[in-house]
Ligand binder design. Structure first.
Ligand code: AVJ
Length: 338
């Protein structure tokens, strides 16, 4: 079994490449989110809600990177461990020298582990944030100089054209980090259907899924002792103050994370500590004391439950890997001919 981490450190076996080495940038011109409309609609709702994608401005992305280093936040390091331990088996299943898509920009260590094992012909990171995608593609090219990187700016939750010539068999997609957990189950199924359409019949998806577990572990992972997740959550209000001329008093809102074991999700909220009125983009919103803004759901699955969701999108489970403590899972799913 080849030691993936060692290969990464030495970079001794660059991937074979059919496409021209280096970064090519493809822009599907995804419709920019109408931040103002989305936020005003969310705050006018009952309960008040804001989309978790609003977390990821520059400061938010930095805070999320800090979260992944926290002792309480086990998903990132656990998934990396699974990828390192089973990278070769994953490559055997997904196939080497093929086309590998990634939902997300490829800035993480995770994709480097997979690229070293899979040696894809072409790697296609798909992300809606243009600059973040360009930057991570360039830095990846330094690490994999012979790799053909077709960086694609697109919104993967809607149909778009894959930047590859001709029909290709056995495409593989990678969706790490349990980001599928941010989607409501119905939206998660719709996204998986999109991925199935992208990779085609016989194509495969390698996806990271956080597993259901005891409340104390989950609530600690989303409300760490150092308050980094609290800062990540409240940064959303700082962003609205900056970008939508809002006047949120950050001291008047507190971070809350609670596990709903019926829904199987960790909910993050920002709770108003007193009766108050906030103006956002010229509109006034009244908050009662104790009223919250629901900012994120992070669904957790057991393996059978996730396989059921995947089956609803035309995927058959081929293999699942977990860590020794069964905290996290990585699944290899194949698109079955219907
Ligand atoms: C990036 C969506 C996978 O839900 O675990 C981390 C985001 N939120 N701490 C998650 C997050 C609070 C994370 N995902």
């Amino acid at each position: 079994m080849m030691n993936i981490a060692a290969t990464l450190a030495t970079g001794s076996r660059p991937p074979r490449s059919g496409g021209a080495p280096g970064v090519r940038f493809f822009d599907a011109h995804p419709t920019p989110d109408d931040l103002r409309a989305e936020v005003l609609a969310g705050l006018a709702g009952s309960p008040k809600r804001l989309s978790p994608k609003l977390f990821y401005d520059a400061r938010g992305s930095q805070l999320f990177d800090a979260i992944t280093e926290l002792p309480e936040y086990y998903p990132t390091r656990t998934e990396i461990g699974i990828l390192c331990d089973h990278g070769e088996e994953m490559a055997d299943l997904l196939g080497r020298g093929r086309v590998l898509l990634e939902l997300g920009s490829g800035s993480s260590l995770k994709i480097r582990i997979l690229l070293a094992a899979l040696e894809p012909e072409i790697y296609i990171p798909i992300d809606i944030s243009r600059e973040h995608l360009r930057a991570s593609a360039e830095s990846l090219a330094e690490h994999f100089p012979a790799l053909a990187i077709h960086a694609t700016c697109a919104d993967y939750s809607v149909p778009f054209e894959l930047p590859i010539e001709g029909d290709r068999e056995g495409l593989a997609a990678f969706f790490p980090g349990s980001s599928i957990g941010n989607f409501e189950p119905e939206a998660a199924r719709a996204l998986l259907l999109r991925v199935a359409a992208l990779v085609g019949i016989g194509g495969r998806l390698l996806i990271g899924v956080d597993l259901r577990k005891e409340r104390a572990v989950l609530e600690a992972a989303y409300d760490d002792a150092q308050g980094v997740t609290a800062a990540f959550n409240r940064n959303l209000l700082e962003r609205l103050n900056r970008e939508l001329d809002a006047d949120f008093d950050l001291e008047a809102f507190v971070h809350r994370a609670r596990y709903d074991d019926v829904q199987g999700r960790v909910e993050m909220h920002l709770e108003s500590l007193r009766e108050q009125t906030v103006t956002v983009a010229g509109q006034r919103f009244v908050f009662a004391a104790g009223e919250t803004i629901h900012t994120e759901n992070s669904y957790k699955y057991d393996i059978a439950g996730f396989h059921q969701l995947a089956a609803g999108a035309g995927f058959v489970p081929e293999r699942v890997w977990t860590d020794p403590h069964r905290l996290f899972s990585v699944h290899c799913l194949r698109v079955e001919a219907c």
